[in-house]
Design a protein around this ligand. Structure first.
Ligand SMILES: C[C@@H](C(=O)O)C(=O)SCCNC(=O)CCNC(=O)[C@H](O)C(C)(C)COP(=O)(O)OP(=O)(O)OC[C@H]1O[C@@H](n2cnc3c(N)ncnc32)[C@H](O)[C@@H]1OP(=O)(O)O
Length: 321
C-alpha cells in the first residue's frame, strides 16, 4: 500500500519513543507546555509574511486602557480588560499588552486556571473604534488580525483551564475573546453579541472559527447573520454559556468573580502538573490529527506516570487493603 505524503509525514512525526525520550528530559511542566505549542506551531510567522515587529509598534502607538494580570497563590489568575471609559474596548496598546500577558501566563508553571473579566461590570466592546480607524487600511488591518489571532490562539492553548466571566456586554472582538476561553460564565443581564455585520465586517480575531467549534455551524450562522444578542438563557441553550452566575447584587462584580472562582475550582482542585497535563491532552485532542494526538497523549502521560501525585495516590490506595 502506497502511503500518502501526509501519512508518511504523520508516521514520521509520531515515531514511537523519540518524542517521549525527548520529553522525559523535560522536567518543568511549564516547559512541556512550550513543547506542545512548538509541536502545534504558531498560526502566523515571519516566514508566512507576518511582520509582527511592525504591527506591534503601530498598535503600541494607539494608547488607552490596560490589560491587568493577577496570578494568585491558588493557581488561578485573573486577567482584566481595563478601559471602562470605552466600555473596555481594545486600544492598540491593549492588544500588545494582551500578547505580553499571554507570554507571562505561558511561563507561569504553577498555574492551573484563568478567569478573564472586564472592568466596571462590563466585559469588552471589541476593538476601540478610534484605534480601528487609525489602522483601517487593508495591510494594517490584516496584520492586526494576524496579531490578535496569534495571541488568542495561544491564550486558548495555555495549560490552564480558562473562563470568560461575562457581565454586561461582550461585543465584536469582545465576543471573540470569550471564544478564546475554554468556558464562558454569564451574569444576569450579560450579552454576547457578534456585532460585526453591523460594522460591515466578519470576525477577524479567530472568533468565527472557534464559534463553529463551540456551537456548531447552524448556530454560528444565526449568531453572525443575525448579530444575535445572546443572553444567559440562550447561551445555555446553544452551548455557548457553560453556566449562569447568581451575579452581583451590588453590581460591584466582586461576587461574580468569587462565584466564577468557585465554579472553576471544581475542575482545578489538585496538583498543578496534573491539571496542566489534563488541559494539554485536551488541547492535543482538539487540535492535532488523531495519530499525533495519540502520541502526544502518550508523551503527556509519561510526564505524570510515576510522578509525585501518582506515587502518593498509589501509596494511599495501598493502605486500603
Ligand atoms: C473589528 C471588530 C473586531 O475587533 O473583530 C470590532 O470589534 S469593531 C467594534 C465592535 N464593537 C462595537 O460596535 C460596540 C460599540 N459600542 C456600543 O455598541 C455601545 O457603546 C455599547 C458597548 C453597547 C454601550 O452602549 P452604552 O449606551 O451603554 O454606552 P455608550 O455607547 O455611551 O458608550 C460609553 C462610552 O464608551 C465608548 N465606546 C463604547 N464602545 C466603544 C468602542 N468599541 N470603541 C470606542 N469607544 C467605545 C462610547 O463611545 C462612549 O464614549 P463617550 O462617553 O466618549 O461617548
Amino acid at each position: 500500500m502506497v502511503l500518502s505524503a501526509a501519512s508518511q509525514h504523520l508516521l514520521r512525526v509520531s515515531r514511537p519513543g523519540a518524542w517521549g525520550q525527548h520529553l522525559l528530559k523535560v522536567s518543568r511542566p511549564g516547559a512541556w507546555g512550550q513543547h506542545l505549542l512548538r509541536r502545534i506551531g504558531s498560526v502566523y510567522t515571519t516566514a508566512k509574511g507576518f511582520q509582527e515587529k511592525e504591527i506591534r509598534e503601530k498598535l503600541q502607538a494607539l494608547p488607552g486602557g490596560s490589560i491587568d494580570l493577577v496570578k494568585q497563590e491558588s493557581g488561578i489568575a485573573v486577567l482584566t480588560v481595563n478601559n471602562p471609559a470605552r466600555m473596555n474596548a481594545f486600544s492598540g496598546s491593549m492588544m500588545v499588552e494582551l500578547e505580553e500577558r499571554v507570554s507571562q501566563l505561558e511561563e507561569w508553571t504553577e498555574g492551573k486556571g484563568l478567569i478573564i473579566q472586564g472592568a466596571a461590570g462590563t466585559f469588552c466592546s471589541g476593538s476601540d473604534l478610534n484605534a480601528v480607524r487609525a489602522i483601517s487600511n487593508p495591510q494594517d488591518g490584516m496584520m492586526m488580525c494576524m496579531f490578535m489571532q496569534n495571541a488568542l490562539t495561544r491564550l486558548l492553548r495555555l495549560p490552564l483551564l480558562s473562563v470568560a466571566l461575562v457581565e454586561g456586554s461582550a461585543l465584536g472582538g469582545g465576543a471573540e475573546l470569550t471564544t478564546a476561553c475554554d468556558f464562558r460564565l454569564m451574569a444576569p443581564g450579560g450579552v454576547i453579541q457578534f456585532v460585526h455585520k453591523h460594522m460591515g465586517l466578519v470576525p477577524g480575531w479567530g472568533g468565527a472559527a472557534r464559534l463553529v467549534r463551540i456551537v456548531g455551524g447552524q448556530n454560528a450562522l444565526k449568531m453572525l447573520g443575525g448579530a444575535l444578542k445572546v443572553d444567559p438563557e440562550m447561551g445555555l441553550q446553544i452551548g455557548l454559556a457553560d453556566g449562569v452566575l447568581e451575579g452581583s447584587l451590588d453590581g460591584s462584580g466582586a461576587n461574580a468573580l468569587l462565584e466564577a472562582e468557585q465554579w472553576l475550582g471544581r475542575y482545578t482542585t489538585g496538583p498543578a502538573p496534573v491539571i496542566r497535563a489534563i488541559k494539554n491532552v485536551v488541547v492535543s485532542g482538539r487540535e492535532l490529527p488523531l495519530e499525533v494526538a495519540l502520541s502526544t497523549e502518550r508523551d503527556v502521560f509519561g510526564t505524570v506516570w510515576g510522578g509525585p501525585a501518582n506515587l502518593q495516590a498509589l501509596a494511599s490506595k495501598a493502605k486500603h487493603k
